[in-house]
Design a protein around this ligand. Structure first.
Ligand SMILES: [Zn+2]
Ligand SMILES: [Zn+2]
Length: 282
C-alpha cells in the first residue's frame, strides 16, 4: 500500500526523508508557490532531490506534482487560457526533470461559459499542452467539487474531456471533493455507485492516484473543505468502508489534510490503524 501527504518544499531536497519520517512512502508537492505565475527552476536543488529520492528508495512512479491553482484550462479568457497552458507545460517539464511520473491538475472553472464550452476548452488545452510535453510524465485530471463553476465534478465529464482531447490522460479521485459532490464512500450503496460509474466511464485502471481527505461539511453541500482523517463527516467508519473494497488498495493515497508534517504523521497512523482493523497488510 502507498500512503503519503502533500509536502511543503522548503527545501525540496528534504521531502523524501521527511516523507519516511511521517510514515509515508509516497507524496505530492507543488513545484513552487501555487498562487503565483512566476516560474523558477533550481537545478542544484533538483539534483539534490533526485539523490535523496534514490537514497530513500521512494518510488518516483507513485509521486505527483500538483499543478498551480492559477491554471484554468477552461477559461474563456484568452490571456488566462494561454498562461494556463504555459504553466501546465512547465509543470510537466519540471516533473520530467525531477524524474516524477505524474502532474495532477483541476480541469478548471467555466467563468460564465456553459459546461459544454468549458469542457471543449479544457480538451483543446490538454491536446495542445501534451503535443510537445515529455512523454514519460502522465497528466492526471482530478475530480473536483461541484462549486464555483468547476468542471470535472463527475466521471462522465472527466471521461468526456479526456476523449475530446484525444490524449492518454489518467485520473485522481479526491475523497473530499467526491463526498462534497454526493459520492457517499461511507455506505455500501454509495461505494457501489461510485465504482460502477468509474467502470462505465474511465475504467478503474485509469485511477492512478487518490487524494485521501476527510470533509469538514456533510455530504453534497458543495463547500470543499478538507478535514483531518477521522475528524470529519467521512470519519473512521467511512474510510473503513472505503478501504474494505480491494480495488482501491493498489491506488497510492495522498493526504491533503490541514496541518504540517506532525499532523500528517498522526493522520497516516490513523489510516494504518484502519488498514490493520481490516486485516490489510501494509
Ligand atoms: Zn487538487
Ligand atoms: Zn485533491
Amino acid at each position: 500500500m502507498f500512503i503519503g501527504a502533500h509536502m511543503t518544499i522548503n527545501p525540496l531536497s528534504s521531502v523524501p526523508s521527511r516523507t519516511l519520517k511521517i510514515g509515508g512512502n509516497t507524496f505530492q508537492i507543488f513545484s513552487q508557490s501555487p498562487r503565483m505565475w512566476r516560474m523558477n527552476f533550481n537545478e542544484k536543488e533538483v539534483e539534490k532531490f533526485r539523490e535523496e529520492m534514490s537514497k530513500t528508495g521512494i518510488d518516483p512512479t507513485k509521486v505527483m506534482i500538483h499543478a498551480s491553482y492559477l491554471v484554468n484550462l477552461a477559461s474563456p479568457k484568452e490571456e488566462i487560457w494561454e498562461k494556463s497552458k504555459n504553466r501546465l507545460k512547465w509543470e510537466l517539464e519540471v516533473a520530467h526533470r525531477m524524474g516524477l511520473k505524474y502532474v495532477n491538475v483541476h480541469p478548471g472553472s467555466r467563468v460564465g461559459s456553459s459546461e459544454d464550452e468549458a469542457m471543449e476548452r479544457v480538451a483543446r488545452a490538454i491536446s495542445e499542452v501534451l503535443k510537445d510535453s515529455p512523454q514519460d510524465v502522465k497528466l492526471l485530471l482530478e475530480i473536483v467539487s461541484p462549486k464555483g463553476g468547476n468542471i470535472g465534478y463527475n466521471f462522465f465529464q472527466l471521461k468526456k474531456m479526456a476523449d475530446m482531447s484525444g490524449c492518454e490522460v489518467e485520473f485522481t479521485y479526491d475523497t473530499c471533493h467526491g463526498f462534497d459532490g454526493g459520492y457517499d464512500i461511507c455506505s455500501k450503496d454509495g461505494m457501489e455507485r461510485l465504482l460502477e460509474e468509474i467502470d462505465k466511464t474511465v475504467g478503474m485502471n485509469k485511477i492512478a492516484m487518490c487524494h485521501l481527505n476527510d470533509s469538514k461539511f456533510p455530504i453534497n453541500v458543495h463547500k470543499d473543505r478538507h478535514e483531518r482523517i477521522g475528524k470529519g463527516y467521512i470519519g473512521r467508519e467511512g474510510f473503513s468502508n472505503f478501504f474494505s473494497y480491494k480495488v482501491v488498495h493498489s491506488i497510492p493515497m495522498v493526504l491533503e489534510t490541514p496541518g504540517g508534517d506532525e499532523e500528517h504523521a498522526e493522520d497516516i497512523a490513523v489510516v494504518k490503524e484502519i488498514w490493520s482493523s481490516l486485516g490489510i497488510s501494509k
